[in-house]
Design a protein around this ligand. Structure first.
Ligand code: IMP
Length: 201
């Protein structure tokens, strides 16, 4: 694929997505590369709705195929919160530190065996011609009682990845991009593009 617009300003996501798109796309642009790129109001109740809304606005604004990632943390003992509100769990405009502090506070009295959670990522791929595709990925783990690690972004320091003795923030970028919710969704996107290429031959 020649040119893909990634509809995000989240620096943590951009680092991971650039690595995940290696070899797949000749030129990757993101929101910051355009003047007046639309700020999508994420008022959907699902990751799918928000991802589609972001990708549709980006494709129609730029005239290029667009990919949007809507993702978040789903915590069992909090009835699925923060979910689609992950970016603003501690309030509108809240940063990672405040969101993590709220998550720790909400889980403070929850015992170890009830701290299951999952990161979810939904990718929406929308072309200016109106083709729309969704790809989802999930990784399960547990909410830690204190932050561990310096890597990644968002809730990574509080998420112990199933099958690892490390938090998501203790994984290298390479390791995270093998196991994460985002990596799994991108694997499906990669397979989809490969299928289109095969059909075109
Ligand atoms: P979005 O920009 O509306 O998709 O919100 C994503 C939010 O979910 C981020 O701001 C983080 O708080 C959280 N999140 C999504 N993916 C990750 C991840 O890979 N690690 C840590 N937090 C994540």
């Amino acid at each position: 694929m020649k040119h893909l617009v990634v509809a995000t300003r989240n620096k943590g996501k951009i680092v991971e997505i650039n690595a995940l798109l290696t070899g797949l796309v000749d030129q990757v642009s993101c929101a910051a590369d355009f003047t007046d790129f639309p700020e999508t109001i994420e008022d959907g109740t699902t990751f799918e709705e928000n991802a589609l809304k972001k990708a549709r606005e980006a494709a129609s604004f730029t005239g290029f195929p667009a990919l949007a990632d809507d993702s978040g943390l789903v915590v069992d003992c909090l009835n699925g919160d923060p979910g689609v509100f992950s970016a603003r769990y501690a309030g509108e405009g809240a940063g990672d530190a405040a969101n993590n502090a709220r998550l720790l506070a909400e889980c403070r009295t929850v015992p170890d065996d009830r701290r299951q959670a999952a990161f979810v990522c939904v990718l929406a791929y929308v072309t200016p011609e109106g083709d729309e595709q969704l790809f989802a990925g999930t990784v399960t783990g547990r909410i830690l009682c204190a932050a561990r690690g310096e890597g990644g972004f968002g809730y990574d320091p509080l998420f112990l990845v199933d099958g690892f003795e490390r938090s998501m923030a203790e994984l290298t970028l390479l390791e995270k991009n093998k196991v994460s919710h985002r990596a799994q969704a991108f694997e499906k996107f990669r397979e989809y593009l490969a299928g289109i290429k095969r059909d075109a031959v």
